[in-house]
Ligand binder design. Structure first.
Ligand code: SF4
Length: 81
């Protein structure tokens, strides 16, 4: 699974980093989140999915491995195909 944060939607609520601290970090300057790594290790997929569902701005974009997160929009339900 792949992940990125849509910076234009992120409001820096920090929920993602609290739910999945190994997968999301907040920028010290502008306070927005970014993914630690685009590729999500299998062991962290559950946390990342939960973070995506919990993001109030739907700013977390997920995609299947082999797919691309660019140009996709977030879905609360889960992974963009
Ligand atoms: S929960 Fe969503 S809006 Fe909040 S910091 Fe994370 S990505 Fe940004």
């Amino acid at each position: 699974m792949k992940v990125r944060v849509d910076a234009s939607r992120c409001q820096g609520h920090t929920l993602c980093a609290m739910i999945a601290p190994e997968s999301f970090e907040l920028d010290d300057v502008d306070g927005t989140a970014h993914a630690v790594s685009e590729t999500v290790p299998a062991a962290l997929e559950g946390q990342v999915l939960e973070a995506a569902r919990s993001c109030p701005e739907q700013a977390i974009v997920l995609a299947d491995e082999g797919s691309d997160t660019e140009g996709k929009t977030s879905t609360v339900a889960g992974v963009v195909k």
